[in-house]
Design a protein around this ligand. Structure first.
Ligand SMILES: O=C(O)CCC(=O)C(=O)O
Length: 301
């Protein structure tokens, strides 16, 4: 738990050294209760019939649509059909945008709207995600992994806990180096096994952790305690093909049809420009399709 806000310099050092940084109180106080209330309604809809969900048993897109037994995530919570405008209010708030421009070392005019989702506890079946980097498949060679890790990320992602959350595990520093032989074996053959040096990210309600999407990470989702954590990212314009795939693989066509106000509308316009640039091309998915062997629902906690 972090109690005081790190300085700009501390944020950048922590991200580059450890691959993550915790910022307390990034939620404007007046938004905390409305966010929790909106999240409760959203979770109820997600378990019932909201079409954009992460289903238990599958950990990467494409997400199945239609019937679902249990869910661990709610996608596209700024979608107007959900009728919960407080999520967009939070996503576009000064506190977040200032943190993002600090981390990406850019100006507000350079950032684009990307993903805004909710991570929740499944209500029937404990579930866990395997160790992964978001945009580098486990079979990647050492040499290629090092090259890919050198590339700028073109964005930042974060988890903001609306209730205390200890679900995310990271391997500090692993965003800067190829996997050790042991990590390689684990990520390929036994991807839920403990990794030496792993650390549980402990968030108090209201805390936000920003983390490199290529840090080795996984998450454990018990059916209780309740998890209600906003999971979102923003990127910089012109970040390139990998970033486009990482975002558009989640299905962002709906963003073309909506309209927000002010800053968010400008950020939406930048995302739509990125979508227009890849029209007609197959963006595909950042990680390989899951197989029956990699899909595991029950997990030893
Ligand atoms: O549950 C989390 O905190 C991490 C989610 C995650 O790793 C992912 O969406 O790829």
């Amino acid at each position: 738990m972090t109690t005081s806000s790190p300085t700009r310099e501390e944020i950048l050092i922590s991200l580059s050294t450890n691959g993550y940084v915790i910022l307390p109180s990034l939620i404007p106080p007046a938004l905390l209760s409305p966010l929790r209330e909106a999240a409760a309604r959203t979770i109820a809809k997600a378990r019932l019939d909201w079409p954009h969900v992460r289903v238990v048993g599958k950990q990467f897109p494409p997400w199945p649509t239609g019937a679902r037994d249990d869910v661990w995530g709610v996608q596209h919570i700024m979608h107007p059909d959900l009728q919960e405008p407080v999520f967009a209010e939070w996503y576009g708030c000064d506190e977040l945008v200032e943190a993002v421009t600090t981390i990406l070392q850019c100006e507000e005019k350079d950032i684009q709207l990307e993903l805004c989702n909710l991570l929740i506890n499944p209500h029937k079946t404990p579930f866990s995600l395997a160790w992964h980097r978001d945009a580098i498949p486990p079979a990647t060679s050492d040499a290629e992994e090092i090259e890919l890790l050198k590339a700028p990320r073109g964005g930042t992602q974060w988890n903001t806990a609306l209730l205390d959350d200890e679900c995310l595990l990271v391997v500090p520093g692993s965003h800067r180096r190829a996997r050790t032989a042991e990590e390689r074996r684990i990520t390929i053959d036994d991807p839920r096994a403990p990794i030496p040096g792993e650390l549980v990210v402990k968030l108090k309600a209201g805390d936000t952790v920003f983390y490199d999407n290529n840090i080795l990470h996984r998450a454990v989702y018990p059916t209780n305690p309740e998890r209600v954590t906003l999971h979102a990212c923003m990127g910089t314009v012109g970040a390139g093909w990998e970033r486009a795939r990482n975002i558009l693989q989640h299905g962002m066509e709906w963003v073309k049809e909506v309209k927000y106000d002010g800053r968010l509308e400008e950020m939406r316009g930048r995302l739509v420009r990125m979508e227009d640039e890849v029209v007609g091309k197959e963006v595909g998915y950042s990680l390989p399709e899951e197989t029956a062997e990699t899909i595991v629902t029950m997990v030893a906690m």
